[in-house]
Design a protein around this ligand. Structure first.
Ligand SMILES: Nc1ncnc2c1ncn2[C@@H]1O[C@H](COP(=O)(O)OP(=O)(O)OP(=O)(O)O)[C@@H](O)[C@H]1O
Ligand SMILES: [Mg+2]
Length: 126
């Protein structure tokens, strides 16, 4: 899914909600993955200059999961540890998005190169 504007964030939220229901997530787990996805989609637009979200349903035996990758070709993050620290922001936010998203999922993977872009992958298992 394309991430360019606020309406794309709404679309990603809705798609993640639908997929989470499909995967059999509880209401609480649906909300966790939707909230994390929403924060990352926002960052992709606000700091990454836009990008894409890739949604994937995972099946491992009878375990189901939802994985979402956020990719942009923006300026990148010079210090990932710092960016993950609560209340660190280079914008006008609260600086809680990345750390918050990390706490809401089971797997959190971030890679970024200055001048090339950023990729954040989150996974939540049922
Ligand atoms: N995709 C990205 N590309 C470049 N920098 C990013 C990206 N995502 C996050 N950052 C950097 O990491 C910082 C922390 O992000 P985080 O989401 O935690 O906070 P925020 O977006 O500033 O505020 P909040 O999410 O609470 O509104 C950002 O201020 C920005 O400097
Ligand atoms: Mg943010």
């Amino acid at each position: 899914m394309e991430l360019r504007s606020g309406s794309d964030v709404v679309a990603v939220r809705q798609a993640v909600r639908t997929w989470a229901i499909e995967a059999g997530f509880t209401l609480v787990d649906q909300t966790k993955i939707v909230t994390a996805a929403s924060e990352l989609a926002r960052n992709t637009i606000d700091y990454g200059g836009g990008g894409i979200a890739r949604l994937e349903i995972l099946t491992e035996g009878n375990r189901k999961g939802l994985r979402i990758a956020f990719e942009d070709e923006g300026p990148g993050i010079p210090d990932i540890q710092k960016a993950l620290t609560d209340h660190f922001t280079t914008g006008n936010g609260l600086g809680l998005g990345l750390g918050g998203a990390k706490r809401l999922v089971n797997e959190f993977d971030i890679s970024s190169r200055v001048g090339e872009g950023t990729r954040v992958v989150i996974t939540r298992w049922k």
